[in-house]
Design a protein around this ligand. Structure first.
Ligand SMILES: Cc1cc2nc3c(=O)[nH]c(=O)nc-3n(C[C@H](O)[C@H](O)[C@H](O)COP(=O)(O)OP(=O)(O)OC[C@H]3O[C@@H](n4cnc5c(N)ncnc54)[C@H](O)[C@@H]3O)c2cc1C
Length: 383
């Protein structure tokens, strides 16, 4: 199939996944049509952690530079057992130049992607809802309602980045199997003048499997996450909140699409997978899907897309589930292990480095150059 002229491709959803696909296609000279049912760009801070792999992936488009200008470089992870400091993860042990986790609210990440897409000649059509998708061997037909009657259009290819309740996925009959975790989690975005960890991530584990994480998101502003509803009641005892900006409870789905492609319809981000927020991987995984999709679209190699993402998606779900289990279960001796055993392990620099690489999703640099995971996409056809 001859891919690549304007609007041969429709991206449904202007969250981080859809916007990344849009930027990555546009920088290769392919301007996709991008629609979103929202009436304007989101102002919700949902994901706050951008990992080094994402920074590598978005460097070539110039997005990384802008993210770093706005974000906070988090180089230390401080773990506490029942309010008492237990050990520190030195995140700066990950390879340079991105030897940190970048903290930035998701709406700001999306704004940077939207303006880069605009600079490259694209635009996001808001108030435009995808109603349904169907396909023949020739093209993909979509029905879109955009400030008026529903209209049908044809595209060569559709990228469904329309989130966890994806219409694209459901329309083409791709299953989304897994579990819905019974217990709700919550977030609290707040200001505090006195919280001491202005540039550090701090995790607190308590009895009964209670967990609380605090991440800085701006100067004197923080995101708290708790593994139960009404997060404000579950923050560490030493925290003095001066102003609450936002609170909310959320459910966790651990699910994976049966496949990430069917004919000329492809899925990415939450439309294709969802898991717990442990490890902060959701948005990062969607961005990686989108980069792979755009690279393959430009190179006319889309048939390998679903397989190429499958292992990483499954590994991320396994890892985040292991993390959720360890953090939220009452494991005998858990606090003693945190205070006395883990600090001993972390005294070994190589082991410490391996743990940091797993936590930040950094592959072994030797492997990276072989697989080309972070290498520039010179294989793609530039248009
Ligand atoms: C409270 C909370 C905290 C989180 N924290 C983190 C974190 O720290 N780190 C992390 O990596 N992840 C985190 N996540 C997960 C992260 O927010 C998601 O993984 C990420 O938003 C997925 O991006 P996406 O673009 O795939 O989907 P979404 O962000 O859900 O975007 C989908 C878009 O599609 C649009 N859409 C849907 N249906 C249609 C339709 N029919 N027609 C047109 N448009 C449509 C929607 O309006 C939306 O804009 C968190 C999530 C929540 C809820």
């Amino acid at each position: 199939m001859n891919r690549g002229s304007e609007s041969e491709i429709l991206i449904v959803g202007a969250g981080p996944t859809g916007l990344t696909a849009a930027v990555e296609l546009a920088r290769r000279g392919i301007i996709p049509r991008v629609i979103d049912k929202k009436d304007k760009a989101s102002t919700l801070s949902r994901a706050v952690g951008i990992n080094p792999k994402t920074l590598h992936l978005l460097a070539e488009s110039g997005v990384t530079e802008k993210l770093i200008e706005k974000g906070i470089k988090v180089r230390r992870g401080l773990f506490h057992a029942k309010d008492k400091f237990a050990f520190e993860l030195d995140l700066a042990l990950s390879p340079k130049p991105y030897d940190f986790l970048l903290a930035l609210p998701q709406d700001q990440t999306e704004q940077i992607l939207i303006s880069r897409f605009g600079e490259l000649g694209g635009t996001v059509e808001y108030d435009s809802r995808l109603e349904s998708v169907s396909q023949t061997s020739e093209s993909v037909s979509v029905s879109i309602t955009s400030r008026g009657p529903t209209r049908d259009s044809q595209f060569q290819c559709v990228y469904g980045a329309d989130g966890i309740r994806s219409t694209v996925r459901d329309s083409v009959g791709i299953g989304y199997e897994g579990i819905e975790v019974e217990d709700k989690w919550s977030i609290v975005d707040f200001d505090s003048k006195t919280w001491p960890y202005r540039n550090e991530l701090s995790l607190f584990l308590y009895g009964g499997g209670r967990v609380c994480l605090i991440v800085p998101i701006a100067d004197g502003r923080y995101r708290g996450v708790a593994d139960r509803p009404n997060g404000i009641d579950h923050m560490p005892s030493g925290l003095k909140i001066d102003n609450v900006r936002r609170t909310g409870d959320f459910s966790i789905w651990i699910k994976k699409a049966a496949t990430m492609s069917k004919g000329e319809v492809f899925l990415g981000g939450d439309a294709a997978h969802s898991h717990s927020p442990v490890g902060g991987r959701g948005m990062n995984l969607g961005i990686a899907d989108a980069c792979e999709f755009a690279k393959r679209f430009a190179a006319d190699e889309l048939e390998g897309y679903a397989n190429s993402r499958s292992d990483e998606v499954s590994a991320t779900i396994r890892l985040t589930e292991r993390g959720r289990f360890m953090a939220t279960r009452s494991i005998p001796g858990k606090f003693a292990i945190m205070k006395y055993v883990l600090p001993l392990f972390l005294g070994n620099k190589r082991l410490h480095q391996r743990i940091v690489r797993t936590a930040l999703d950094v592959s072994n640099p030797a492997k990276q150059s072989v697989s080309g995971q972070f290498a520039s996409d010179s294989s793609s056809k530039s248009r």
